[in-house]
Design a protein around this ligand. Structure first.
Ligand SMILES: [Zn+2]
Length: 263
């Protein structure tokens, strides 16, 4: 494990990509503005009348809801209809909302779905804007669960393969490689034997970080794979004489340590 305080990186050696947090909180903030739209309820009542002209409509609650993907649900509970539409449809034209109203109500009451409605809805969802927005929103909402070797600037698998070829004759099996989810980590990188994963702090996935610095962090963790240490109840990282000798093979060792301020 390579350890140091990350506070100084957070505070100005290079700037943080601020847009991530801004997007996160910004998005959450607009959940509260997803209100019931009277016009939307009207559209659903109209679709209901067309479908069941002789039966009075039950009370309806129609809301836009931030689903991860385009998703619309309807359920009948104690004589009341609860309808949730994906907020990705919030800007949709009334005709499209009418179509989805028809589709949901027809499904609920087991009536045939009118083909004009289903194709209008499908066309709208398939249109470029909507799919792109769905992807964007899915990425934002699902970000917590993404563990990937591909950063914004550096791809860990590519760097691993390169180091493997240069220093290990390409013989090292590739573990899971991931950027940490969190900027505020207490380590630059660490090997997690439970998941056979090398985790590198996302702080370093930045254009101002020279590639040799990331290479060094990854190389160091690869050496931990090669030189496993029996940890006796301690999480201290142990560097044997062989480990340190081999680490010296890294050509930019001093530069990297200076950049990372490891003394
Ligand atoms: Zn170490």
């Amino acid at each position: 494990m390579v350890q140091l305080e990350l506070a100084r990186y957070e505070s100005g050696v290079f700037p943080q990509p601020a847009e991530q947090d801004a997007l996160g909180t910004g998005y959450r903030a607009c959940y509260s503005s997803l209100n019931v739209s009277p016009k939307l309820a009207e559209i659903f009542h109209e679709a209901y009348r067309e479908l069941r002209p002789r039966t009075p409509a039950p009370p309806m609650q129609v809301r836009f809801y931030p689903f991860v993907s385009i998703n619309n649900t309807i359920r009948l509970r104690q004589g009341e209809l609860y309808i949730r539409l994906s907020d990705l449809l919030e800007g949709a034209p009334a005709a499209v909302l009418h179509s989805i109203a028809h589709i949901l109500l027809a499904k609920l009451y087991r009536k045939p779905v009118d083909r004009a409605h289903s194709s209008r809805y499908r066309r709208y969802v398939a249109s470029h804007d909507v799919t792109a927005q769905a992807r964007r929103v899915r990425q934002m909402r699902g970000r917590k669960h993404i563990r990937s070797a591909r950063g914004h600037h550096y791809h860990l698998e590519e760097i691993f393969d390169d180091l493997n070829r240069r220093f290990f004759h390409g013989l090292m099996g590739r573990p899971q490689l991931t950027w940490s989810q969190n900027h505020a980590r207490s380590s630059l990188g660490h090997y997690d034997p439970a998941h056979n994963a090398i985790v590198i702090s996302r702080v370093f996935d930045h254009p101002r970080v020279p590639r040799y610095a990331i290479e060094y962090i990854l190389f160091h963790e690869m050496l931990h794979l090669k030189h496993p240490v029996k940890l006796r109840g301690s999480r201290r990282c142990v560097h044997s004489r062989e480990f340190l000798a081999e680490e010296k093979m890294f050509p930019e060792l001093e530069q990297a340590r200076r950049f990372l301020r490891i003394v």
